[in-house]
Ligand binder design. Structure first.
Ligand code: CO
Length: 478
């Protein structure tokens, strides 16, 4: 009898990050997470994803929680499981490029507080915008023996995105010193047979471990995973069933069962997974009842495949049109999106390029004339302030929107003048609130939101509500 070669596929569980970001607007509080951590730690997951831009922002803004404190608590609980986060290249977790010293400090503090794997992406796939974060991770890895960088390719479709392009990009990622590659299919565009082709090509061109991230929305995601695993993908991103499917990821238990008894067998225990599912089920019910989870995000919606537009971008578009009383323009805007995308060099559509292209498409339709008005972000994109796009931009559009202006070909930090260290001046702005090093970084990323949180925290600690305090006559409500 011949021995079967075992190639167990790993699963990254997303329930503590992407799954609740996709289904309940990132509102899962730490107190819901902690009681199930011990059980989750027994599964043997490749990693648990628990941190990212939206979780960080929502913690401070809506949940009034310190995201660093959440990370430390999760680290305490997960004794055997790697923790992973999502990182927006030079933008860290925020919305503008930062100088390299802030990128370094953020990576250092993230790993020190418990992150093992940092998944780094750039909305233009401009690898220069990822280098500082990869270098920072490698530096910490050398010093501490912990920390690993994963570069994510923002997957998209278009003339320029050939298998050769992806293969070439994978080679460059290996050269830049990353530890693994993720195919990040945020829009849910990667169909099963194309996935097999892509994974096979990447495997032939790089030694790095390949992970696949895909949202379920268009309904083909589990099949995409099956074909990708057969083609050699190493890790797939899944969510425990009560927080799976819809706009979230394929269900963990389903993928585990699919590969049981094959060479790809994960070896995970369905009884432990069932305990985790049982734990999250009442919370899901609660979210449905309160309306935090809308039935709109559940089920299959084939539109993302048809229009090649990420689900989140579609729902943003609908609400923007509603505000303008222009819902009848939905189809026109949908048709304008690919044209705008072509005009600005055919970038992937992921935060923030998705918002930039989507909003400009709405402007173009509502104004009745293309590029009669342009958003500041769209102008910045044309100026090269986000980095380089894979294809050249439309010169006519450049001449109309930013006539005669200089355009940069540098990486985003340099294009926007962030060539000098800026951490010190950021700290000077917020030092009255500083209780830990990490507070400076929270403030750097989300200045107003962090300040509001710090004031809330101060009020909690002192029993004094700064917002309600009547400072003029010195009386404080306690
Ligand atoms: Co995602």
């Amino acid at each position: 009898m011949s021995e079967q070669v075992k190639k167990p596929v790993g699963i990254m569980e997303t329930v503590l990050r992407d799954a609740h970001q996709s289904l309940i607007a990132t509102r899962m509080p730490t107190e819901v997470m902690l009681p199930i951590v011990d059980t989750m730690d027994k599964v043997g997951y490749h990693a648990v994803e628990c941190w990212g831009g939206a979780t960080f922002d929502a913690s401070l803004r809506f949940l009034k929680e310190d995201p660093w404190d959440r990370l430390r608590k999760l680290r305490d609980g997960f004794k055997n499981t790697k923790l992973q986060m999502l990182f927006r290249g030079q933008n860290i977790l925020g919305y503008r490029p930062y100088a390299d010293d802030v990128v370094y400090a953020f990576v250092e503090r993230s790993i020190a507080n418990g992150i093992d794997i940092i998944r780094i992406f750039d909305c233009l796939n401009d690898l220069r915008n990822l280098q500082a974060a990869v270098d920072a991770t490698n530096k910490i890895k050398k010093q501490e023996g912990r920390g690993s960088s994963q570069v994510a390719l923002s997957y998209t479709l278009g003339d320029a995105y050939t298998l050769e392009y992806w293969a070439d990009t994978a080679k460059k990622i290996e050269e830049m010193g990353a530890d693994s590659i993720c195919i990040k299919d945020m829009a849910g565009l990667l169909v099963p047979y194309k996935a097999a082709e892509l994974v096979k090509t990447l495997k032939e061109n790089t030694k790095l471990r390949i992970q696949l991230h895909r949202h379920y929305r268009s309904g083909v995601a589990s099949m995409t995973y099956l074909k990708a695993v057969e083609a050699g993908v190493d890790v797939i991103d899944c969510a425990i069933s009560p927080f799976a499917l819809g706009t979230s990821q394929p269900a963990t238990e389903v993928m585990v069962e699919t590969f049981k008894g094959t060479e790809y067998d994960t070896g995970y225990d369905q009884k432990i997974l069932a305990e985790i599912a049982d734990y999250f089920t009442p919370y899901r019910e609660e979210c449905l009842k309160s309306g935090l989870m809308s039935t709109k995000v559940l089920g299959v919606n084939i539109k993302t495949l048809l229009y090649q537009v990420p689900g989140g971008m579609l729902s943003n578009m609908v609400s923007q049109l509603k505000e303008q009383n222009a819902e009848d323009k939905y189809r026109e805007v949908l048709e304008e999106i690919p044209r705008v995308r072509k005009d600005c060099g055919e970038p992937p559509l992921v935060t923030p390029s998705s918002q930039i292209v989507g909003t400009q498409a709405i402007f173009n339709v509502l104004m009745g004339e293309r590029y009669k008005m342009a958003t500041g972000e769209f102008k910045d994109l044309l100026r090269g302030n986000y980095g380089q796009t894979i294809k050249p931009m439309n010169q006519e559009v450049i001449d109309k929107v930013i006539p005669g202006e200089p355009r940069s070909t540098a990486r985003s930090a340099e294009a926007t003048g962030r060539t000098e260290p800026e951490l010190e001046s950021i700290e000077a702005e917020m030092k009255q609130y500083k209780q830990q090093e990490e507070d400076v970084l929270s403030y750097a990323l989300f200045p107003q939101v962090a300040k509001d949180y710090f004031e809330y925290r101060d009020a909690q600690q002192t029993g004094v509500d700064a917002a309600a305090a009547d400072k003029a006559n010195g009386s404080y409500p306690v």
